[in-house]
Design a protein around this ligand. Structure first.
Ligand code: T3D
Length: 259
């Protein structure tokens, strides 16, 4: 499938999706959200063992396309969210492969939700993150409330949500909002090499780990014990676990096939 608002690449078991509306700072139009949902379905069906998400130009994503909202005024935002935002954000959450985000510039509003839905978030030193919603009279959406509060705690999350202030990458790293701030010139190389490294690891276990942390963050200790045991049953039956055990005995590095 070809896309108008995204770049899509799949090579060496690494899928890469790049928001591609640089003249609008990669703002989320309905067309982009539809294409993103389709691209994520394609990733889920493919042999990709890691996904890298980034943006073209000077922004990662400036959130909802406000010019489109204006052109279609008045819009039912609840309907818009449920129909167009939820499918791709849920698809990202449910992917069975690790997801890396490279925040190449500003990430605002729902754009920040997409960025933080990843498991590992790298950001260029010059980039900034922004819960821009309240600046235009809205509330955080597309999971931003959960993603931000789970990452930095209620106090810092509320400060970001209520003030709508820009958080520079360096500070975002300090408060645990992102994994790491990286030199601008090094960002894409580092993100690609991280995604490639993850794609060579035991994919089934990695997919289970990302789900298991969600359970761990929202469930009780007992629910976490149960999820861990369930998932370990699955991981323990994979060819990759058998390969790792054999490789250990043979004193050689394992070669994981993602099965
Ligand atoms: O729709 C729903 O269902 C509701 C869901 C809402 C979820 C949300 O995401 S709410 C948050 C929406 N986003 C924002 O409020 C951010 C709006 N943008 C800005 O405040 C500023 O653009 C930035 C602070 C992000 C960046 O400022 P700056 O000075 O670096 O760039 P700029 O000049 O403002 O923008 C450059 C161009 O991108 C400009 O176009 P032009 O004039 O050169 O033709 C601007 O209109 C366009 N642009 C930037 N953000 C958006 C946008 N176009 C459409 N939608 C945008 N969000």
């Amino acid at each position: 499938m070809s896309y108008k608002t995204l770049l899509f690449d799949l090579s060496d078991n690494v899928a890469m999706i790049s928001f591609n509306r640089p003249d609008r700072l990669n703002a989320l139009s309905i067309e982009l959200l539809r294409e993103l949902a389709a691209a994520l379905e394609a990733v889920a069906r493919s042999d990709a063992r890691a996904l890298l998400l980034t943006g073209e130009g000077r922004a990662f994503c400036a959130g909802a396309d406000l010019l489109e909202v204006q052109a279609q005024w008045p819009m039912d935002l609840k309907h818009l969210l449920n129909t167009y935002y939820l499918p791709p954000i849920q698809a990202l959450a449910e992917l069975k492969i690790p997801v890396v985000t490279a925040i190449n510039g500003l990430a605002a509003g729902a754009g920040l939700s997409f960025a933080l839905s990843a498991d590992i978030v790298l950001a260029a030193q010059s980039s900034y993150l922004m819960l821009a919603f309240a600046n235009i009279g809205l509330v955080p959406d597309a999971g931003a409330t959960w993603f931000v509060a789970k990452a930095v705690g209620r106090m810092k999350a509320l400060e970001m949500a209520l003030t709508g202030d820009k958080v520079p990458a360096q500070k975002a790293e300090q408060i645990g909002l992102i994994t790491r701030a990286v030199d601008d010139e090094a960002l894409m190389d580092e993100a690609r090499s991280l995604a490639r490294k993850l794609a060579e690891r035991p994919t089934v276990a990695l997919g289970l780990i990302r789900q298991q942390f969600r359970t761990g963050l929202t469930g009780t200790l007992e629910e976490t014990f149960a999820a861990e045991a369930e998932n370990q049953g699955v991981a323990g039956a994979t060819a990759d676990f058998a390969e790792a055990v054999a490789a250990f005995g043979e004193k050689r590095p394992p070669i994981f096939k993602g099965k």
